[in-house]
Design a protein around this ligand. Structure first.
Ligand code: FUB
Length: 448
């Protein structure tokens, strides 16, 4: 028997989610996981007719686990449309999920807040009414809790608004404040003060991302009108005055006229999340989240970060001897995901020739004897070929999936390992079966 040793270090691949269109990423670190909260562009949409928010997480920056959609328009009795750019933050063990959506009450956009006990929900509308309501530019909330416990909520397009949230995170005292945009602060005066025909250095558009690092406050935002690039301003205080600092992600050929960013540190490295239209079939209303690693300049300024197809290098490995959810993957072709209350999220829409890639899988030095997977099929099933380091790589196992009597009638099936494996590899699950029909659903796997 041949023994296959370690492969090269894995890189993420952009866009990082391929099972559906994802937008407006808002990263959050909790425990040893990095979560992203996203919007979800519908297939074949001709506008941002978005219905739900989604959550994904990683521990290694290359494999992302799909946690499904724990929050949707129907969770807000007062909302009826446009599930736009979210952000979730933790405070005192509760998770506050801020979202813009169209309000039935005002007929314009509003910002709501849902609360949950875990980063993946379930979440419940905290108020039963919007936190702020009444203007078409009440979109794109960003929240930051400062070291002194004061929380700030910024939002807006093309004005920038903020409130200081009360410690309960779901209320504030006084009026909504508007930031006075100036050329020094944002590259141009506010939208109503701009002189027609005058060329400005830049201008704030939407999608603010507010945070603090080494005592400096950062407001990162989509700029320049459409098509958008990403720029930023800095301040010594959480409410300004702001100083325009330049572009981060210049206008690029990403197949999306919007861009929307979130910045976070994780496991000692800094990451810039954004979206493009670069998934096959993607575009301005079919966007996908991507990530780039970066390093702050020594003076705390942010370098220019061009979009790439490679993304971030792996910062961890995955243990194949433990149960791994099938919806944890670094890349996939053809498949999508579904969820129910019993199984949680699982991989669906599996057809002949589709595949899932899982990166940085560490087999250690003891070669496994068996591969097993939990699968379900209302039809005739198919085959999972487990391959090493490439879609046509060496065959580690072949699992025959039978019909199980239903798409959610799960059976755990095992197959013997066909070769010895050690060290770190990329694993490919290549799906084979009759051409045409859906073959089976796939919930989790492990080696023994
Ligand atoms: O995703 C809908 C809207 O597009 C967001 O609210 C904006 O930031 C832009 O990305």
């Amino acid at each position: 028997m041949m023994i296959y040793g370690p492969a090269t270090m894995a890189l993420a691949e952009n866009p990082i989610i391929q099972t559906c269109f994802t937008t407006d990423p808002a990263p959050m670190v909790h425990g040893d996981r990095l979560y992203i909260y996203t919007g979800h562009d519908e297939n074949n949409a001709d506008f941002f007719w978005m219905q739900e928010w989604r959550v994904y997480s990683t521990t290694d920056m290359v494999n992302w686990t799909d946690h499904g959609s724990p929050l949707a328009i129907e969770d807000f009795s007062w909302g009826d449309d446009r599930a736009w750019a979210p952000q979730c933050v933790e405070r005192d063990g509760k998770f506050y999920f801020y979202v813009p959506l169209h309000s039935k009450l005002s007929g314009t956009m509003a910002i709501g807040v849902a609360v949950g006990d875990s980063p993946t929900g379930p979440f419940k509308d905290a108020l039963g009414h919007p936190l702020v309501d009444g203007s078409w530019d009440y979109i794109d909330p960003t929240v930051f809790v400062d070291d002194d416990g004061q929380a700030y909520l910024y939002w807006g397009n093309p004005e920038i608004y903020y409130v200081k949230l009360n410690p309960d995170m779901v209320s504030f005292d006084g009026e909504v404040k508007k930031i006075i945009q100036t050329e020094d602060g944002f590259g141009a005066p506010g939208p109503k003060e701009r002189v027609e025909g005058k060329k400005y250095r830049d201008n704030y558009t939407e999608g603010p991302w507010f945070f603090k690092r080494d005592g400096k406050y950062y407001l990162v935002y989509a700029a320049g009108g459409v098509p958008e690039h990403i720029a930023y301003s800095m301040s010594d205080s959480p409410t300004g005055p702001w100083k325009y600092m330049g572009e981060i992600m210049p206008l690029s050929d990403t197949n999306s006229f919007t861009n929307h960013s979130g910045i976070i540190d994780y496991k000692g490295k800094s990451y810039f999340f954004y979206h493009t239209g670069k998934l096959p079939g993607g575009g301005g209303f079919a966007r996908s989240v991507a990530v780039e690693p970066f390093e702050y300049n020594p003076d705390g300024t942010i370098p220019v970060i061009p979009p790439t197809d490679e993304g971030a290098p792996s910062v961890g490995t995955l243990d194949p001897m433990r149960r791994v959810e099938a919806e944890t993957m670094s890349w996939s072709k053809g498949v999508s995901t579904e969820m129910n209350s019993k199984t949680g999220v699982y991989v669906s829409d599996i057809h002949n020739g589709d595949y899932i890639k899982v990166s940085s899988v560490d087999f250690g030095s003891v070669s496994p004897a068996k591969f097993g997977a939990s699968v379900a099929s209302a039809l005739r099933g198919g085959t999972i070929e487990v391959r090493l380091d490439a879609v046509d790589g060496n065959l580690v196992a072949t699992l025959e999936v039978p019909g199980t009597g239903g798409w959610e009638e799960w059976r755990y099936i095992e197959a013997p390992a066909l070769m010895k494996v050690s060290g770190v590899h990329d694993l490919y699950f290549v799906f084979k079966g009759r051409k045409g029909p859906k073959l089976f659903n796939f919930d989790y796997w492990n080696f023994k």
